[in-house]
Ligand binder design. Structure first.
Ligand code: IVH
Length: 673
């Protein structure tokens, strides 16, 4: 082999290694979904490091090896909890609950025994430590003794106070509390919709989503995923008030600004446990977050001491779980969907079956390996649960009877939409054809016009389908060349709807920088990041010409996001599409300088109905005046706008001493006419 030929071979290998490492970085750090082991990853990295040392001329500044050299890839330190974080013994059988109660009564004497009843939150258990009232450190449960330090990410959770309120209860010198981070079902659905729109695999349930968000190395991404935290236990306390029962613990928590369950209830008779269990099971759907049972705890802290623990479980508490919702049905077909970034997702089409009041007809099968692991085939009878009671999941197949059954499913080798050969990426299959693949193009265009992007009304999935299939739209920029006479030729369009769509597209020409940035569909760039980039750089040209290092300076943007952004603006195809949009009339109102005025920098929450505008409009207005809007009231809330029939947020605001104003005052403050 000649020297150039062998150098070329090395260069190709180096490039392939870099691409692989970047992909696995993304799977690991951004998606929290690694597909290779750490050892395999290390081998790739070591090979690249070695080749770069051997062939210095092949080193580029954007090589993954450079990032580590800069020390920018963070990881979570191991943290020892101030006291072991025990787990609960869990039962579903009412008799086991009675036996637990008898045992407790025998040991501590039964006459005036009380239990604190609480929902059992289905989330991620956290330890949060406050020193002299200030949030010092937060960690995941880990093995119960040691967890991962996730302080920075927990600090982004608005529901967790950074400083304890000392107005009603003296603040301890040292306080370690335990709580559960959960993602609201509504936020979970929105997050998954966004992930899918971005071509990323969705989370299986809200618990995984909450855990994934907290165990996210880019604090910006955690911040974008709103979480709620309910606190329920003290792990360690030094100083502060003398607390002798759980009821006063919860009261102290509320005083300090630590959110507790509004459903906690004290009970005396064992029967009340069963009533509470039934009540919570009925309430389950309406709660807005996932619970999977109830927890009963001895109220008297002194009595708890006497009962102590058996190994990992305290003897003074019990989890009384709900029976999971599950049904059997049959896989009628397995279809394959192509996401926005080309990932092929197999989906089981099920014989429709009702589970807990919802008809389930489809279940995601995630990827090739998942199907193989469960050995699922068309015609199989399967057990389906609504995992976390949201997303249907196939738990397992039932034994096959008879000799005849279908052949194992295999992922297509070619993209079902454009017939390009798919590439394998760990357990995933991806169509590499990009926007030349109609499925990916359709998703990209739908995203471009979606509500948090250019907000083009009337550009729904079916319309996008018709526009792309007819060949009228081959890139996002083509939207701006559509004419009424072309549209009316399509089956979907009558004169009126064509005119409406064109009007909506025309309106979208005047948009804002962040909306346009978000619309471009840059991987990992959600609404919040798009807003931050827009605010920091002020113009598209500034972002376009910024290097990775400069982008990383944007508050909250980590190295991974910075890399994605820079990479996006390096692709000639992307730049062409942007230029075409501009030539076809897209004009960006560049981000205004940081607003001043009474709302600038304030966290504002709305509750109740507004009369002169919708909730969305009011939030938009507040943000335009420099406020940040939030959905729940917490220690960081600056202002609550209460409309008609305000809800519990109003009471909470009052309790926390947050300023509350009415709609008129809000209009005045925000300068609305
Ligand atoms: S009390 C054992 N109360 O359920 C120490 N735990 O193993 C006291 N959990 O990981 C726990 N909701 O984190 C308690 N209202 C609640 C809870 C709760 C959820 C978690 C706990 C633990 C798991 C059971």
């Amino acid at each position: 082999m000649t020297r150039t030929a062998s150098l070329n071979a090395v260069r190709r290998r180096v490039e392939r290694l870099r691409a692989k490492i970047r992909r696995h970085d993304r799977l690991y750090y951004v998606l929290d979904r690694p597909t290779i082991s750490d050892a395999q990853y290390d081998r790739l990295f070591a090979e690249l490091t070695r080749l770069e040392a051997e062939y210095p001329r092949l080193v580029t500044p954007d090589s993954p090896t450079k990032r580590v050299a800069g020390g920018a890839v963070p990881s979570f330190p191991t943290v020892r909890h101030l006291a072991p974080m025990l787990s609960l013994e869990s039962v579903t059988d009412p008799d086991a609950v009675r036996r637990f109660d008898e045992r407790v009564r025998k040991t501590v004497g039964g006459s005036r025994l009380q239990y604190m009843l609480e929902p059992k939150f289905d989330g991620l258990s956290l330890e949060v430590v406050y020193r002299d009232g200030a949030l010092d450190r937060a960690s995941t449960r880990g093995d119960g003794e040691h967890g991962e330090g996730v302080t920075e990410n927990v600090k982004t959770i608005r529901a967790v106070p950074l400083r304890l309120d000392d107005a009603s209860h003296r603040v301890p010198r040292l306080l370690s509390v335990r709580g559960e981070a959960v993602m609201r079902t509504e936020d979970f659905r929105a997050l998954n919709a966004r992930l899918e729109r971005d071509g990323q695999a969705p989370f299986a349930n809200p618990r995984n989503a909450a855990a994934g968000s907290i165990r996210q190395l880019d604090a910006r991404i955690s911040a974008e995923r709103r979480l709620q935290v309910f606190f329920y236990d003290i792990l360690h306390i030094e100083g502060g008030p003398r607390l002798t029962d759980d009821a006063s613990v919860l009261q102290a928590f509320a005083g300090w600004g630590l959110v507790t369950s509004p459903r906690a209830r004290l009970c005396e008779k064992p029967d009340e446990i069963f009533t509470y269990h039934r009540e919570m099971e009925r309430l389950r759907e309406a709660l807005g977050y996932e619970i999977d049972g109830i927890v009963l705890k001895l109220n008297d802290l002194g009595a708890r001491q006497r009962l102590r623990a058996t190994g990992r479980h305290p003897r003074w508490a019990l989890a009384f779980k709900f029976t999971p919702r599950e049904e059997q049905t049959v896989i009628e077909q397995i279809v394959v969907q192509v996401g926005r970034t080309g990932v092929l997702t197999p989906v089981a089409v099920l014989r429709p079956v009702g589970i807990g009041g919802v008809t389930v007809a489809r279940a995601t099968l995630h990827n090739r390996e998942e199907i193989a692991r469960k050995d699922l085939r068309v015609g199989d009878a399967v057990r389906v649960i609504r995992a976390g009671d949201v997303i249907p999941e196939i738990v397992e197949r039932l034994p096959r009877s008879g000799a005849r059954h279908s052949r194992p499913f295999s992922m297509p080798r070619r993209c079902p939409e454009c017939h390009t050969k798919v590439v394998r990426e760990g357990p995933f299959d991806r169509c590499p054809n990009g926007l030349a693949c109609p499925a990916q193009l359709k998703r990209a265009i739908a995203h471009f016009g979606s509500r948090d992007a250019l907000d083009i009304r009337g550009l729904g999935a079916e319309t996008v389908d018709a526009l792309v299939s007819s060949g009228l739209v081959r890139s996002v920029a083509d939207l701006f060349t559509l004419r009424a006479r072309d549209l009316v030729k399509l089956e979907r369009f009558a004169d009126l709807s064509a005119a409406n769509l064109l009007q909506a597209i025309d309106k979208a020409r005047r948009t804002t920088l962040w909306r346009f940035l978000h619309a471009l569909g840059i991987p990992s760039v959600g609404v919040q990041t798009a807003r931050d980039l827009a605010e920091h750089f002020g113009s598209l040209d500034a972002i376009r010409s910024a290097g990775e290092a400069e982008i990383e300076k944007v508050s909250g943007v980590g190295p991974i996001v910075a890399h994605e952004v820079a990479e996006f603006f390096r692709q000639p195809g992307n730049l062409r599409a942007i230029d075409l949009c501009r030539r076809r009339g897209v004009a960006l109102a560049e981000a205004a300088p940081r607003p001043r005025g009474p709302l600038a920098g304030k966290v504002v929450v709305f509750t109740g109905g507004l009369e002169s505008m919708s909730r969305e409009e009011a939030e938009e207005l507040a943000r335009a005046r420099g406020a940040r809007t939030a959905r729940s009231v917490g220690a960081h809330t600056d202002l609550v706008v209460a409309g008609t029939e305000p809800g519990s947020k109003y009471d909470k605001a009052r309790a926390l001493g947050v300023r509350v104003i009415d709609e008129r005052a809000f209009r005045k403050l925000s300068g609305a006419r």
